[in-house]
Design a protein around this ligand. Sequence first.
Ligand SMILES: Nc1ncnc2c1ncn2[C@@H]1O[C@H](COP(=O)(O)OS(=O)(=O)O)[C@@H](OP(=O)(O)O)[C@H]1O
Ligand SMILES: Nc1ncnc2c1ncn2[C@@H]1O[C@H](COP(=O)(O)OP(=O)(O)O)[C@@H](O)[C@H]1O
Length: 402
Amino acid sequence: MSTITEPSVSAIERPPEGRWALGTLSVVTPRPPTVCPSRADLDDLDLLRRGLYGPTAGPRPLRLSPEDLDAALTAGAVEVVDPEGVPVARLEDVGRVGDEHVTGRPVWLSAPSSRPFQDLHLTGPRDLSGEQVVLVAAADEVPDGVPAGATLLVLASTSLDGPLAGTATVRAAVSAAASSGARVLVVPVPDDLDRRAALLATLGLVPTTGSGGAGRPAEGGDHPAGVVLLLTGLSGSGKSTIARTVATRLVEGGTPVTLLDGDVVRRHLTAGLGFSPEDRRTNVRRIGWVAAEVAHHGGIAVCSPIAPEDAVRRDVAAMAADRGARFVLVHVATPLEECERRDRKGLYARARRGEIPDFTGISAPYDVPDEPDLRIDTTGRDVGACADEVLALLDPEVGRAR
Ligand SMILES: Nc1ncnc2c1ncn2[C@@H]1O[C@H](COP(=O)(O)OS(=O)(=O)O)[C@@H](OP(=O)(O)O)[C@H]1O
Ligand SMILES: Nc1ncnc2c1ncn2[C@@H]1O[C@H](COP(=O)(O)OP(=O)(O)O)[C@@H](O)[C@H]1O
């Protein structure tokens, strides 16, 4: 989830009725945070706005960063923008759902930015119960012979910023329908089973175990999904060494790789950032954004920042998922004592002397990942063997030369 933070303004926006009647008083109403949620959340809001979940549905809970969550609860609202910054909705009277989510009453703002195959999208509820409807959720589900007069209902997200697979599915449906005179309708498929059932019911269709039961396509079509591989761990734990070895093996096998190493990234992409919690968040989110872009086009991005915060690592996972990519998390769990013993760059000694403030593991926190795909303690281990364990996590199809 990417967020845009704006400074709060010192203006009276909505004075509570009956209060602050004195003309000379100026009240600061906290400004709601502006949030650009995941593509799945934006699609869900769009379906809700079009009435495609029926008249009584509300928005599903929106995951916010801790800062935005606090700001939303304080302001009682959150403004939702699409990736182009178009304000699409404002959730009012927001309340917390669990630790990380909020929900509220939607007030619809501008229409979302247009998307590929815009004219084919369902604009509102429609009764399709009397029609011959073929549900399609992936390009290879488009039947060879589409009956004339049938409706191909494509359950796919076709946004410019989402997985490419959805657009490929619609393209396949349009081309199959052209020869038979069938009609194509498109609707983003909700990734929640109850929402999907509500959508199909609104269209007069019964959920089936066929395409209607299919999940949101994370891959498929004619674009293999790429991978965002994130190696997280303390300084000196072995992230860069393993990342380089993994990348080298992949390149030797004919698979191009984008390496986003912590130190290297800080000299270029995130030059100028320091090691405050906020700068680290920005650093890791930028890495995640670039990695998700790479993976969106089928590439492999190997990233090795310390990435000390659990919530930010999950932001990166969400960015990858939003771009139809796989996210693989490896915790390089070499203990602090061993990292400090190695002290390849002499930084731990300096941090112990107090010369480097906020040093991860010494004077700045590191959230140990709860459920990484792999945890490796490199102490006394061969680098190649560690790299092999990581490589084994990657789908052989993804590692295939293209
Ligand atoms: N205060 C402090 N804490 C941790 N590390 C520090 C600090 N200051 C400089 N360094 C050096 O910067 C490298 C970590 O940068 P990252 O971009 O990976 O960090 S973070 O993800 O933004 O937390 C890290 O490199 P690695 O050893 O490769 O991890 C250090 O060399
Ligand atoms: N099995 C191993 N995997 C990775 N690095 C190892 C391993 N065993 C020893 N090392 C050494 O540990 C150090 C790790 O440094 P580096 O890869 O820069 O860590 P980080 O990127 O996490 O700061 C290197 O000097 C490397 O040679």
